[in-house]
Design a binder for this molecule. Sequence first.
Ligand code: SF4
Length: 340
Amino acid sequence: MTAAPAPDPAPRAAAAPAAPGPALEVTGLVKHFGPVRAVDGVDLAVAEGEVLGLVGESGSGKSTLGRCVTRLVPVTAGSVRIGGREIARLSRHAIRPLRRGFNIVFQDPSSSLNPRLTVGDIAGEPLRQHRLGTAAQRRNRVIEMLDSVGLGSEVIRRYPHELSGGQRQRVSLARALVAEPALLVADEPTSALDVSVQASVLNLIARLQRDMGFACLFITHDLASVEYLAQRVAVMYLGVLVEVADRAELFERPRHPYTQALLSAAPIPDPAAQRQRRRVVLSGEMPSPVSPPPGCRFHTRCPVAVDRCAVEVPPLRPVGPAGALVACHLVGDDGTAPSL
Ligand code: SF4
């Protein structure tokens, strides 16, 4: 794949040079919508070229985190650094030239693609916005990018409604990646698609990530896709992170009781293993983010909660030899975890 075209010589907003650092670094991130505490103090980093899976039930705040990171919504408090540059408090105008460096794909491609634009215009939007290359170079780059996502150049004149859901999500990916961002936020990118095309879109994201080397914050409730795609996994519950670990470590030795419950509910392809596994059923619904429980936010549903859990917030701290981070009073510093 050739590189995205270079910028036109036309003047552009001057940007401060980036300090070296991870592709994404989030510190103390808070996002409240009025009384709703959707994200309530998250620290997270994604290294260059790394895929970090962010998992949690619906209502955990994971999609809001993705929207804060890409500054689609204003941040209430905390820091968001992309490529070493602080973007949490930049104005919409100041952030515009930096948007070449990061992009987002959403769950439902139908609502994120402008129905009045052709596929070619949609996929080429970032190149025009950032004044990259000449018109001919932009067209070539769009054709090349559409080819990379498995769409022939004949779709270039079609409109979104003429495509299938899977094809529309491929167009979303082409648009998100055409200007070669260093960071892609993928927010449940396969969950609105037919089951039959979910795997092919997931494979496509994996291949594009390998070929182009962008860092990816992959947000999903689907543990199987995280196990397939991510190098590290962060687990979110009611606005906070409860566990962050390398993929193998998390799937082999889940430590936080919430992670253990999530994994126990995920289907296993091997029927014998599935039969043998003990499923942990959590009682009740996730509490409202308007008034999260005091102490450990999970204590109202945790099967092994003790008195201390209702009053003392467990910090996210390193445990065990492999550098996992877990927020649970009952997980030992050596990584030993309560069994449910
Ligand atoms: Fe359960 Fe307590 Fe650990 Fe929270 S801190 S996960 S309530 S044991």
